[in-house]
Design a protein around this ligand. Structure first.
Ligand code: PMP
Length: 408
């Protein structure tokens, strides 16, 4: 019956994990994984999440379905986290201009937004940064949208190609959808400066482009989830001042609460007023109902408990800072080892200037392959390393290995 079904290519990152698992080298290092690891290289359940789990264990009274768009209390608390810290966002909320729904983490939220755009936006073309998280392309294409890339990263300088970015946006047809990473760009770790964001938003306004803002690493830029919203505040200002009519936001609790497998995140659509919001909300529900009916509840109850309890919320802020500080210290140590201890002739400054979970090392595919086959150091072919995979136990071996393959 299914003889004509061709083999699909395997997921590159998952394929890498499998090779790593099969590798018998005791010094092997996994830098492919996009999930936080603690100082011992182990997965980490956040203390704030443990506190919330305890409360839930004692108080949870049912495992009923959630409403299609998620629990109202969860939505209210997430809206408070995302939109109540700046005057414009607060006003948009108060004016009933923000529709928020729970999605299946960042991926599912993006998928719902893409389906919504396909159904209700006249322009079906999305511009994404080059490079971007590869799943962005599949999510958009599977939702019926077409994609092309805008310049983002300059391989030569290991930095943002801002002129290229702006030029490519300026050449977009009116109404083009533009995907933007709010902070800690994946895979490069390179973000725009506040002044550059002003220019990007000005261009979005001039060309009448539709921004889809993706935030999967909120808190990993500065160590503070609220501070990391500084760019979102600019979007809120632009909407409040009538410079852009809307933006769409996808947000994930996978990384900043360590709730990867719970699949909890949200999508938001900024509308012109309460009536439009009501219509958009009704259409989101109509879209979601035949897809998965309603979102999972355990993760959202955890988020609800964390955001709704002052002590646990403060613990969560500490937890995010703990993760961010560890990543920053590993960046600094790797940089120091390469430049001081191993006296590498190459410039590794970008290791410490890039932000978030990932570093785009600039290693070429040949060096990446050599690191894998001769040193058992695993990273994606584009030279992206997950800083979370580095710890005191493996950093010396890693620095030495990188130095060796880049000296040849
Ligand atoms: N956006 C970006 C840029 C990401 O890197 C990720 C996770 N790798 C996501 C969205 C979505 O992740 P999740 O579905 O696990 O929340």
């Amino acid at each position: 019956r299914w003889a004509g079904v061709p083999q699909a290519p395997s997921d590159k990152i998952l394929g890498l994990s499998l090779l790593y698992t099969l590798d018998a080298n005791p010094n092997k290092v996994d830098l492919g994984v996009g999930a936080y690891r603690d100082g011992n290289g182990s997965p980490w359940i956040l203390p704030s999440v443990r506190m919330a789990e305890k409360i839930l264990q004692d108080t949870e009274s049912d495992k009923e379905y959630s409403p299609i768009l998620g629990s109202p209390k969860f939505i209210q608390l997430v809206q408070k986290l995302l939109f109540a810290h700046d005057t414009s966002g607060f006003q948009l909320l108060a004016d009933g201009r923000i529709v928020t729904a729970q999605g299946l983490s960042g991926t599912g939220s993006l998928r719902v937004l893409a389906e919504f755009l396909h159904r209700f936006h006249s322009n079906h073309h999305v511009k994404v940064p080059d490079p971007t998280w590869t799943n962005h392309l599949s999510i958009m294409k599977d939702s019926g949208l077409t994609t092309s890339a805008y310049r983002y990263y300059d391989q030569k300088s290991n930095a943002l190609d801002f002129d290229g970015l702006l030029e490519d946006l300026s050449r977009s047809e009116e109404g083009t959808i533009v995907l933007l990473h709010l902070s800690c760009h994946n895979p490069t770790g390179v973000d725009s400066s506040p002044e550059q964001w002003d220019e990007i938003i000005k261009m979005l306004s001039e060309r009448n482009l539709v921004p889809v803002v993706d935030t999967a690493y909120q808190g990993f830029q500065s160590g503070d989830p609220v501070k990391d919203l500084a760019t979102l505040f600019k979007f809120n200002d632009a909407v409040a001042m009538g410079k852009i009519p809307t933006y769409l936001l996808s947000q994930s609790f996978a990384k900043n609460m360590g709730l990867y497998g719970e699949r909890v995140g949200t999508l938001s659509v900024i509308c012109s007023g309460p009536r439009e919001s009501e219509r958009v909300r009704s259409q989101l529900a109509k879209l979601i109902r035949p897809m998965y009916s309603s979102p999972p509840t355990h993760g959202s109850k955890l988020v609800e408990t964390i955001l709704g309890n002052e002590d646990i919320y403060n613990q969560w802020l500490n937890d995010v800072k703990t993760m961010c500080d560890r990543l920053d210290s590993m960046r600094l140590l790797l940089y120091d080892k390469l430049t001081v201890e191993y006296n590498s002739a190459l410039d590794w400054e970008h290791i410490i200037t890039q932000k978030g979970m990932f570093c785009y090392t600039g290693l070429n595919p040949r060096q990446v392959e050599k690191l894998r086959s001769t040193k058992s150091v695993y990273m994606t072919a584009d030279g992206r390393i997950s800083i979370a995979g580095i710890c005191l136990k493996n950093i010396d071996y890693l620095a030495r290995s990188i130095d060796e393959v880049t000296k040849e």
